[in-house]
Unconditional design. Structure first.
Lengths: 465, 445
């Protein structure tokens, strides 16, 4: 029987641990890809393309899959987005390209993400490289942080002939693509293959180098013609309630990272897991816990379903995975026994008047305290703003905006040599991989224009969101 | 319940659906199985001259994930012993006395040979003959098949030989591989044929392999032309059918026609019958899906007849024939323009780009503000005064009934080209043509 006709096992308990952490969507077979590609109408002035923050020519790459020019398809994708393989997996396509597909209303949108994955995986598996380093222009650029923004910027700069060094605190490059996206959305190998592709463009990536500790901005500014700062955000903040130091209380991002870097069978998990927060990372933590084998996973969120920041499809995914939700519930204390987490004390909430974010502010319901028993508590209530780096950059006159690095539409900071992008500049709009990739592209074009006078081809396509 | 039975120059059939003379009608087993499943008749795979077949025999046109929208073959007439074919034919007829069993025959161009096979075959009790003057490969090179059908004198001569001895109806099957199919059709009529059938397969080369450079079908590294059939040839078949069926000589003779070439569904069958076919023959669709498709063909046609109020097939056979006309007799004053229904439009804007790149640049993309969306996309809007009514936009539109061609009256005179050049021969000069257009309110940008 052909590979793609294998019946899908859908009962978690029938799957091995490894199977449960395979990508949720299996790759398209060639036939599936061609059939899906042939559904595409090849719209004129296609809305999917407009919706893509990196402006990928989607109808063209899809048509190339249909005609059997899969290599050309991958080229079309990567020309606009070097992290095309990651974005194919992690992009919230439902609210971007697929959400704007004209077939959305009457039929069902084209599976753009999965087609993009098909084409980029094809090129990757065959080891096809489309770009090479530009003629050396004698200019040096330092990139701080090897996440999607940094890698995208580094790659685009290398294509323009810059000598680029990327400094990365962690052991591996790739940022959240490597460490922060659950493995059944994006396997580590996909991210590392992109890192390899960037390195093959002549980019030097120096892992284990932390700015402020191993290297200072003074040194970077002195030694380089430009610097691109893409350090992302910090860990999950404190909940500022008693009991956070108990054993069994985890940082959500660390928990996700463990599943990316450790053997699945060695990861400790509880049987009654509570996840505090309702963003995409919180969903990731909850679904990972379920797939690891946790019996009961409950997400606790102080606002209601309507305000939850996770994408709706992520919410649906969590429900399907058997995660339960406690909305309008605020944790007030983590309870312990023998130094281990034993439960979480919560109060019920009501929704009051809208707050600064426009969402209705949750208010305590008096005398509504209750305890949810748990043996593991994962906090996933957002990420700390890049305070450390901002403090280091302040002496250079770098301004901030709502606690993020302030940049203009060309990703220039208030210092002539310093550019920034990715989550650390996302003072408004939604933090996402694809936006970070676009930031890197824009910054590379700005640096090119500033240092070697390369026309900025992206000016017109500058982020609309 | 409508009556689907037909009487084709004396050959009676419970419905108009016949297996064409082809691989599905190769044996008694197949034909009887087909009858059991509902097929009204079968034209047995051609028997006659001795042959040897090759491998591979088929090539296909596959389109956007759909298999076999066209099928080509280089298989020859039956390679089974004649005796066996005749025995099975007799058996099939005996077991299914109310079904039509028609023997397709083809032998070398000798009177004795034709008359001998006619006499021999009639003993099976079959209902009629079909003379294979159409096979375009293998047999034609030996002076048979389309080699006979392409020379009207041969068509007539052989038909006459057969008619001299045949005591049952004789259908002449025509080849499409001619410049004007009406000529051999009239030759068959003059030869005394009882009916016609068309089309046989079309000369074709199916494709070339991009890796091996071999042709399709690939016979040990070589390929050549073969007979093309299947859904893709339907428009050609309909044209040839309508040309023959609307020919005054054929019309007057009332020769029944068995139509084929891309019939796959009851809808196709109805179209062939509206253009004058009394029965339809099917091959490629059966080769793709088997005999069982006939159940839907029968039911679909019955439902359609019921809906339209037709009680018998005769009520609609040839109903569209009076509409078969020629360019010179079309009304130059009939004008239509495209109207886009923006409630249905999904803004793929394919109509815009088709009109702009490939037609007459009369669709604009405009801001209409008809939704609540902040960033509403531009809508295609027809500039009706410039629309030439070509209909390309509605043809590319992926949404049913979104773009309709609406008849409008622009005061153009209702006159045909033939009438115009008769009354105003001067319009054959550009200057005079321009002058006429002014008076006729025809403005070309």
């Amino acid at each position: 029987m052909a590979e793609h006709y294998k019946p899908t096992k859908y009962k978690a308990w029938e799957l091995t641990l490894e199977e449960r952490f395979q990508e949720v969507y299996p790759p398209f077979s060639q036939r599936e890809a061609v059939l899906e590609a042939n559904r595409c109408l090849y719209c004129h002035d296609a809305p999917c393309m407009v919706a893509c923050p990196t402006g990928i020519d989607i109808p063209t790459f899809i048509r190339k899959i249909a005609t059997g020019n899969v290599k050309g398809s991958a080229k079309t994708i990567l020309e606009s987005n070097l992290m095309g393989a990651t974005c194919a997996r992690v992009c919230p396509v439902q609210v971007l390209c697929e959400g704007d597909c004209v077939l959305h209303a009457d039929e069902k949108p084209i599976a753009i993400g999965r087609l993009q994955r098909y084409a980029t995986d094809y090129a990757n598996e065959k080891g096809i490289r489309f770009f090479k380093a530009g003629q050396p222009n004698g200019k040096k650029v330092a990139v701080v942080g090897a996440g999607p923004a940094g890698l995208s910027c580094a790659g685009e700069l290398a294509k323009l002939g810059f000598s680029v060094t990327v400094y990365e605190k962690k052991v591996w490059a790739g940022g959240l693509s490597t460490y922060g996206i659950v493995v059944f959305r994006e396997p580590v190998e996909v991210s590392l293959a992109e890192v390899k592709m960037i390195e093959e463009l002549g980019v030097t990536i120096r892992n284990g180098i932390e700015i402020g500790k191993d290297l200072t901005f003074e040194e970077l500014i002195a030694e380089n013609d430009a610097i691109f700062v893409s350090i992302g955000l910090g860990n999950v903040p404190e909940m500022e309630i008693p009991g956070e130091n108990l054993e069994g209380v985890h940082d959500g991002l660390d928990f996700v990272e463990e599943t990316k870097t450790e053997a699945l069978s060695t990861i400790k998990f509880g049987h009654r897991v509570c996840v505090v927060g309702a963003g995409n990372t919180a969903i990731d933590c909850a679904t990972i816990a379920r797939r690891l084998g946790a019996e009961r996973v409950t997400m606790i969120y102080r606002r209601s379903e309507a305000e939850m920041p996770a994408y709706h499809f992520e919410y649906e995914f969590a429900l399907k995975e058997g995660v339960s939700f406690m909305f309008l519930t605020q944790p007030v204390e983590i309870l312990g026994k023998d130094g281990k987490v034993h439960g979480i004390k919560c109060v019920r909430m009501d929704l009051g008047q809208p707050d600064a974010s426009g969402r209705r502010r949750p208010v305590h319901v008096p005398n509504s305290e209750f305890v949810v028993p748990c043996d593991m508590l994962i906090k996933a209530i957002g990420q700390v703003k890049p305070e450390g780096i901002i403090a280091m950059l302040a002496p250079f006159g770098i301004e901030t905006e709502k606690g993020y690095i302030k940049v203009d539409q060309h990703n220039r900071t208030t210092h002539a040599k310093i550019f920034a992008g990715g989550d650390c500049v996302r003072s408004h709009g939604e933090a996402s991989t694809v936006m970070a990739v676009q930031d890197g592209k824009i910054a590379a074009a700005s640096i090119g224009e500033q240092l070697v006078g390369v026309a900025r081809p992206l000016a017109a396509a500058v982020s609309k969101r | 319940m409508p009556d689907l039975s037909i009487n084709f120059c004396g050959i009676k059939s419970p419905n108009p659906f016949w297996l064409a003379s082809a691989p599905p009608a190769n044996s008694g087993y197949q034909v009887q199985k087909a009858f059991e499943q509902g097929w009204g008749g079968a034209v047995w795979k051609t028997i006659g001259a001795p042959v040897l077949n090759v491998c591979n025999r088929y090539g296909t046109m596959d389109y956007k994930g759909s298999k076999i929208i066209g099928l080509n073959n280089v298989e020859l007439i039956s390679d089974r012993p004649i005796e066996l074919n005749l025995k099975e034919m007799a058996e099939a007829k005996r077991n299914f006395p109310n079904h039509a069993v028609i023997a397709s025959i083809m032998v070398e161009s000798k009177k004795e040979a034709w008359q001998e096979i006619v006499k021999r075959t009639e003993q099976t009790g079959c209902d009629g003959f079909e003379l294979n003057f159409g096979c375009p490969h293998g047999m034609s090179e030996r002076g048979m098949g389309s080699a006979m059908g392409q020379v009207p004198e041969y068509t007539r001569m052989v038909t006459e030989w057969v008619m001299e001895v045949a005591t049952i109806p004789v259908i002449v099957k025509l080849t499409p591989n001619v410049t004007d199919i009406v000529i051999p059709a009239r030759a068959a009529l003059l030869g005394g044929a009882s009916g016609l059938s068309l089309i046989n397969t079309i000369n074709s080369v199916m494709g070339v392999d991009l890796d091996t450079f071999e042709l399709q079908p690939n016979v040990g590294g070589k390929g050549g032309h073969g007979g093309y059939a299947g859904p893709a040839v339907k428009p050609i078949a309909l044209h040839l059918l309508s040309a023959v069926a609307a020919d005054p000589d054929i019309l007057k003779s009332r020769l029944p026609i068995s139509g084929m070439g891309g019939v796959e569904t009851w809808r196709d069958a109805v179209e062939f019958m509206l253009l004058g076919a009394t029965s339809v023959q099917v091959c490629t669709a059966v080769m793709h899906w088997g005999f069982r498709i006939v159940e839907d063909m029968i039911e679909g046609m019955s439902n359609w007849m019921e809906e339209k109020g037709f009680e018998t097939c005769d009520d609609f056979i040839g109903k569209s024939l009076p509409r078969v006309s020629n360019f010179g007799d079309f009304d130059l004053g009939f004008q239509s323009v495209a109207r886009i229904n923006h409630d249905k439009c999904i803004q793929c804007n394919l109509c815009y780009i088709a009109c702009n790149d490939a037609a007459h640049q009369c669709i604009d993309l405009k801001e209409l503000k008809i939704t609540d969306e902040a960033k509403e996309r531009l809508w295609p809007v027809v500039r009706e005064e410039d629309c030439v009514g070509c209909d390309l936009c509605s043809r590319v539109c992926p949404v049913d009934d979104c773009i309709t061609m609406v008849e409008i009256d622009t005061g153009r005179p209702h006159i045909t080209w033939n009438e115009l050049v008769k009354s105003k021969p001067e319009v054959l000069e550009w200057e005079e043509m321009e002058a006429y257009r002014e008076t006729a309110n025809i403005h070309i940008h």
